[in-house]
Design a protein around this ligand. Structure first.
Ligand code: KG4
Ligand code: ZN
Length: 344
């Protein structure tokens, strides 16, 4: 069975062909990232126009890559929610038009559940498990009780973790999306340099990241190492990325801040995930979403969990980020089970 996955929830237009819910034949991702960079975040109008302009081409490329035609497609799976409304609308309308005109069944897929489902494109992980969703717009711990039964145990009360990475990157004068840049710079910094705390919210599986973002902002405001090239200026980007610029001190300081911030965020993600495992007496964790690509999170969560006899599963980096293969994968599963998700 050939499934055409369509994903347009944010700034990536992605179309994928997956065979039997598992074998990825193509997974094309075209991003409008560079058009948002100067604003430091996604501008919905720019994202939706980009989807409109590219979706046909991306679909053709996905079919070509899979060496099949539209007539070979047995099922269309499309991201229905959550996401930017104007972006979702492009993917959903396109999928509906294809489905109607070619008489192909259509299934709606939840983007967040699909992030957790991404692991099944590579591994057959047994359930129950604790799911950790860490994306640009969402952060939650989920009790994955069965393949169609996911129960949210806790979520962020304010900013999502990816959003926090992006905002802190902006404070440091780095490009958008800031997560991968912070990940890279943190490798050169000392995570013990500064103490930026994440709210603990003891005994709760909820998160809060707005405090640490503000702590970094106030700290950075106090620094004015190079007049006109302070940490709040865009100049910091070229200083760090090109190894040129006015000050090595600035460069080192930015890397130390990045490392200290990342250390604290990863620490709270690890602690709460292990707490969820303990509360539910579960020895298996599945991670999904863009921040699951973070090297420090991958390393620390795996190490801390393994010492407690808990297995941790991260998808490959390209399947952590927004992509249509995970939508096709979950779409196939729902179609096979002829069921909707239950959340209790
Ligand atoms: O799941 P995703 O592709 O899109 C949403 O559904 O939101 O996640 C995008 C987020 C962005 O905030 C980006 O900065 C973050 O994932 N991200 C990372 C890394 N790679 C992407 N954050 C930390 N470290 C990374 N290596
Ligand atoms: Zn996502």
């Amino acid at each position: 069975m050939y499934i055409l996955g369509i994903e347009t929830s944010c700034d990536e237009t992605s179309v994928s062909v997956v065979k039997d819910g598992r074998k990825i034949l193509s997974n094309i991702v075209s991003s409008s990232k560079k058009f948002h960079a100067k604003y430091g975040g996604v501008i919905p109008e720019i994202a939706s126009r980009f989807h409109l302009e590219t979706i046909v081409q991306v679909t053709e490329e996905a079919l070509r890559g899979a060496r099949i035609g539209l007539d070979d497609i047995d099922l269309i799976a499309v991201t229905r929610e959550p996401g930017l409304l104007s972006s979702l609308l492009v993917g959903v309308s396109f999928a509906r038009a294809l489905s109607f005109s070619r008489d192909i069944p259509l299934i709606n897929v939840d983007h967040i559940k699909a992030h957790l489902w991404a692991i099944y494109l590579e591994h057959d992980v047994k359930l129950p498990a604790i799911g950790l969703v860490v994306s640009g717009g969402h952060t939650s711990l989920v009790y994955m009780k069965a393949k169609n039964n996911f129960i949210v145990l806790g979520s962020t009360l304010d900013d999502a973790v990816g959003e926090t990475f992006d905002k802190v990157a902006m404070i440091l004068g780095l490009d958008y999306p800031g997560g991968p840049i912070i990940d890279r710079l943190a490798k050169k910094g000392n995570p013990m340099s500064f103490k930026f705390n994440c709210a603990e919210l003891p005994d709760s599986l909820d998160f809060s990241f707005s405090g640490i973002k503000t702590a970094v902002l106030y700290f950075v405001r106090k620094q004015s190492l190079v007049p006109g090239h302070g940490l709040l200026g865009r100049q910091a980007q070229s200083t760090v990325e090109t190894n040129r610029g006015p000050s090595t001190v600035d460069r080192r300081l930015i890397s130390d801040i990045a490392a200290s911030f990342q250390n604290s965020v990863v620490d709270i993600l690890v602690k709460k995930t292990l707490l969820a495992c303990a509360m539910k007496k579960i020895k298996r964790v599945i991670v999904g979403g863009g921040v699951a690509a973070n090297s420090f999170l991958r390393q620390n969560l795996t190490r801390e969990a393994n010492t407690r006899g808990i297995e941790v599963y991260f998808p490959s980096v390209n399947l952590c980020l927004d992509n249509a293969a995970m939508i096709a994968g979950l779409g196939f599963q729902l179609y096979q089970m002829k069921t909707q998700f239950t959340e209790r």
